[in-house]
Ligand binder design. Structure first.
Ligand SMILES: *Cc1c(COP(=O)(O)O)cnc(C)c1O
Length: 479
C-alpha cells in the first residue's frame, strides 16, 4: 500500500480554521528551521482511508481466532475501555497533589489488595511497565534481601530450560549469573538436577507454573522447598496466571515474589508492543524493599509513602495507570466467582482443542491433558512431509487464524504453542480444529501449498531476521 508521503500532494489539506490573527513571534535566526518540515499533505478522507487500509493489513482479536500461546490474547470487555477513558482518570496530571486525586489512588490501592489476594502476597508495586520489567524489579528485591543480610555470595539465579526468554535476560540485567536446569521427561523441573544446582551461591529460582508447555508442575512444593533450604528465594513468573487464578496461589506454592501481567490475565488489549503493566507482589519480609511510591490508606484518606529500604523507582510516576483501571474493572466485574470460572474455561477450551487435534498431531511430552495452553510437536510431520511449524502457522493465516506461538519453548523442536483462552466459543474451537486437520491433510497431499503459504494476506513471508534487526521505520525522501 502507499505511504502517507506517497499519497501527499502539495497544497492539499484540511484547513477548517480561520486564518490566525496573532502576530508571528520574533525568533533569532539560529532558532528557525532552514526549510519547512516535509509533512504529508492530504485531505481528511484520504487520511482516514489510509489508516483504515493500514488497519486491514493486520490481524487482531477482533478479526478472528488468536491462539498465541503464552500471551493470553483473550477478548477484553469494551466496558473496561470506557472506564479507563473516563475524564476523571484520563485527564489527570501525574504531579497532582494526592488530595486532588483520591479516586486514582483508591484504584491503585484496591487493585493492589485484590491482586495480593489472588497471588497470596502481602504487598505490591504497580510501577513495572510489563512482565519482563516486573521480573527485573523482583530480582532487584531478591538481591536487596541477600545484601541486607550481608550475604554477598548469592550470585546465581536458577531458571528451568523451558522458561520464557525474558527470565534469563532479566536475571542477567539484574547482575546475576544464570544457571539452567533441565526438564524431566514429563516436562516439569528435574528435581535431581535442581538439587545439584542449588548451593550457597544460589540467590533464587525463577519459575512459571503452569510452565510454557502448559503443564502444572506437580512437584512445585518440593521445588520451592529445595530452593529455600539452600537459602535462595523463589520468583513466580505470573504470565500463566490465567490458568490458575482463583484456584491456586503462587504464595501458597512457596513463592516469595511474583509479577502479574495485567495485560495478559486482567484485560488490556495488547500485542505489537504494549501497553502493559507488570505489578510485582511479595511476601511481608520483602515489602521494605519495594519501589516507591506506594499507596496506603490512613483514616479513609489515600496517601503515598516510601517503603523503609525502598530500592527507588523503576519507572516514572505510578506505572501504566490506565491498564490498572482496566484490571480493577475486570476483577470487580468477574468477582469471586468469575475469576476462577475464567481460569476453568481457559483450561477447558485448551483441553478440548488439544484433544480434537491429538489423533493427528503429536503433543509435546506425549501429554493427553494440559492447563490453559498446549504445545504441538511437529517433528514427525516434518520428517514425513517436509512441512514445518512455520509452514503450518503461515497456512493458518489463509483461514483468518492468527498463528500460534512458534518455535517456543525451545526444548520442543518444531513447536506450535496454542492458547485458545476462555473467551472463544465451541463453534470457533470446532472450526479451528477442522482447519488444523485440513492442514494436516494438505501437508501429506500437497506440501508445496504449505511451503508457499500464506496466499491471501497482503504480506507473505517477510525476511523476519532483517525485519527485527534492520527495521525501516523512517521514510527516506528521494531528494
Ligand atoms: C509474556 C511472558 C513474559 C514477559 O512478559 P511481558 O509482559 O511480555 O514483558 C514472561 N514470561 C512468560 C512465560 C510470558 O509468557
Amino acid at each position: 500500500m502507499k505511504l502517507l508521503f506517497e499519497r501527499s500532494r502539495p497544497g492539499r489539506g484540511m484547513e477548517y480554521l480561520p486564518a490566525c490573527n496573532t502576530p508571528p513571534a520574533e525568533f533569532a535566526p539560529g532558532q528557525l528551521r532552514n526549510a519547512p518540515p516535509r509533512l504529508p499533505e492530504l485531505s481528511e478522507v484520504d487520511l482516514d482511508r489510509h489508516y483504515t487500509e493500514l488497519g486491514k493489513q493486520t490481524h487482531g482479536v477482533n478479526d478472528g481466532f488468536y491462539p498465541l500461546g503464552s500471551c493470553t490474547m483473550k477478548y477484553n470487555p469494551r466496558v473496561n475501555e470506557a472506564l479507563a477513558a473516563l475524564p476523571g482518570f484520563s485527564e489527570l496530571h501525574p504531579l497532582q497533589p494526592a488530595e486532588t486525586v483520591q479516586g486514582a489512588l483508591e484504584v491503585l490501592y484496591r487493585t493492589e489488595k485484590l491482586l495480593c489476594e489472588i497471588t497470596g502476597m502481602t504487598g505490591m508495586t504497580m510501577q513495572p511497565a510489563a512482565g519482563a520489567h516486573g521480573e527485573y524489579t523482583g530480582l532487584l528485591l531478591i538481591r536487596r534481601y541477600h545484601q541486607s543480610r550481608g550475604d554477598m555470595a548469592r550470585t546465581k539465579i536458577i531458571v528451568p530450560d523451558s522458561a520464557h526468554g525474558t527470565n534469563p535476560a532479566s536475571a542477567a540485567m539484574a547482575g546475576f549469573t544464570v544457571v539452567s536446569v533441565p526438564s524431566n521427561a514429563q516436562g516439569g523441573v528435574d528435581l535431581d538436577a535442581l538439587r545439584e544446582a542449588v548451593g550457597p551461591d544460589t540467590a533464587g529460582l525463577m519459575l512459571t507454573n503452569p510452565n510454557t508447555l502448559g503443564l502444572f508442575d506437580p512437584n512445585i512444593l518440593e521445588i520451592t522447598r529445595i530452593v529455600h533450604e539452600a537459602g535462595g528465594l523463589c520468583y513466580y513468573d505470573g504470565a500463566n496466571l490465567n490458568a490458575v487464578m482463583g484456584h491456586a496461589r503462587p504464595g501458597n506454592m512457596g513463592f516469595d515474589c511474583v509479577h502479574v501481567n495485567l495485560h495478559k490475565t486482567f484485560s488490556t488489549p495488547h500485542g505489537g508492543g504494549g501497553p502493559g503493566s507488570g505489578p510485582v507482589g511479595c511476601k511481608a519480609f520483602l515489602e521494605q524493599f519495594l519501589p516507591e511510591p506506594r499507596v496506603r490508606c490512613v483514616d479513609g484518606e489515600y496517601r503515598f509513602f516510601t517503603p523503609k529500604h525502598s530500592l527507588g523507582r523503576v519507572r516514572s510516576f505510578y506505572g501504566n495507570f490506565a491498564v490498572v483501571v482496566r484490571a480493577l474493572a475486570y476483577i470487580l466485574s468477574l468477582g469471586r466467582g468469575g475469576i476462577p470460572e475464567a481460569a476453568e474455561n481457559a483450561v477447558l477450551n485448551a483441553n478440548y482443542l488439544m484433544n480434537r487435534l491429538a489423533g493427528h498431531y503429536d503433543m509435546a511430552c506425549g501429554h493427553s491433558s494440559c492447563m490453559h495452553e498446549f504445545v504441538i510437536d511437529l517433528s514427525r510431520l516434518k520428517a514425513e512431509t517436509g512441512v514445518t511449524a512455520m509452514d503450518v502457522a503461515k497456512r493458518l493465516l489463509d483461514f483468518g487464524i492468527h498463528p500460534p506461538t512458534m518455535y517456543f519453548p525451545l526444548i520442543v523442536h518444531e513447536a506450535l504453542m496454542v492458547e485458545p483462552t476462555e473467551t472463544e466459543s465451541p463453534e470457533t474451537l470446532d472450526k479451528a480444529a477442522e482447519l488444523f486437520l485440513q492442514i494436516w491433510q494438505e501437508a501429506h497431499d500437497d506440501p508445496e501449498l504449505l511451503h508457499t503459504a500464506p496466499h491471501t494476506t497482503p504480506i507473505g513471508r517477510p525476511d523476519e531476521v532483517a525485519a527485527a534487526r534492520k527495521p525501516v521505520v523512517r521514510y527516506s525522501f528521494e531528494s
